[in-house]
Design a protein around this ligand. Structure first.
Ligand SMILES: Nc1ncnc2c1ncn2[C@@H]1O[C@H](COP(=O)(O)OP(=O)(O)O)[C@@H](O)[C@H]1O
Ligand SMILES: [Mg+2]
Length: 234
């Protein structure tokens, strides 16, 4: 479904060039749940932004099936994001002047969903926020904002979910519920790329890709074995 070849993203900062990504190649099948693991600054968000067509690489390519999305113009990038990508941003990126429900429904409407209001309420219920749908972002805790961001990414039922540290702001119990919800997307054939810097959280799936300084250090089974959500501790 996703074929990444020799992907690089370099940022020129005055005299120095930061190699956020430096020759990354990998493939992801439809319905796979893949964890991207790596310390802060290893290039996880950069990679997610490129797969989500929010940015263009310095070198290399990303194919979605037969189409090279890295050659898309802005209009094509927008359509690709709208139709194919559910993005959970590390910093949430909620609209401050829209309520929780409006934030979710805005995205559902962009995707031209039928029954967008009902679907949005259901998505907020799924993340345990049915009693917060009229709240504005500033009236919500960090964890609640994160869950609105998750509902917003799931409501479109997009074929690819890109989740950037989706449990970063959540307490343990809520975090587990969210991870379970993300794992469950597999049942609809959804592909999930889940970013974390936490080696324990990485154990929820069969495939962990480890990034170090913009390069792939490992790609395979979690080192300490897979764990079920019930047994997960972090
Ligand atoms: N827009 C940018 N301009 C300059 N440097 C950037 C930019 N985005 C990311 N970087 C740098 O690229 C590296 C990788 O960043 P990032 O992908 O955000 O890492 P991670 O998500 O793994 O913490 C970091 O050193 C970061 O400072
Ligand atoms: Mg990041």
């Amino acid at each position: 479904m996703i074929e990444i070849k020799k992907l690089s993203k370099h940022y020129k900062m005055g005299e120095v060039t930061v190699k956020a990504l430096d020759g990354v190649s990998l493939q992801v099948e439809q319905g796979e749940t893949v964890v991207l693991l790596g310390p802060s600054g290893s290039g996880k968000t950069t990679l997610l932004n490129l797969v989500g067509a929010l940015d263009r690489p310095t070198e290399g390519s990303i194919k979605f099936y037969e189409t090279e999305i890295t050659r898309y113009n802005r209009r094509q990038q927008f359509k690709f994001r709208r139709n194919k990508i559910g993005f959970i941003f590390q910093t949430f990126n909620l609209f401050p002047m829209l309520s929780a429900l409006e934030n979710v429904q805005y995205v559902a409407n962009l995707g031209r969903m039928k029954n967008s209001r009902q679907k949005s309420i259901e998505a907020l219920k799924a993340v345990g926020l049915e009693e917060r749908i009229r709240h504005f972002p500033h009236q919500l805790s960090g964890g609640e904002q994160q869950r609105v961001a998750i509902a917003r990414a799931l409501v479109k039922e997009a074929p690819i979910i890109l989740a950037d540290e989706p449990t970063g702001e959540l307490d343990f119990r809520t975090g587990k519920q969210i991870l379970e919800l993300l794992l469950r997307q597999q049942n609809n054939g959804t592909t999930v790329l889940l970013v974390t810097h936490n080696r324990e959280i990485a154990r929820i799936t069969d495939r962990v890709i480890e990034l170090h300084s913009g390069r792939i250090a490992e790609d395979g089974q979690p080192k300490n074995g897979k764990v079920s959500i019930e047994d997960l501790r972090w």
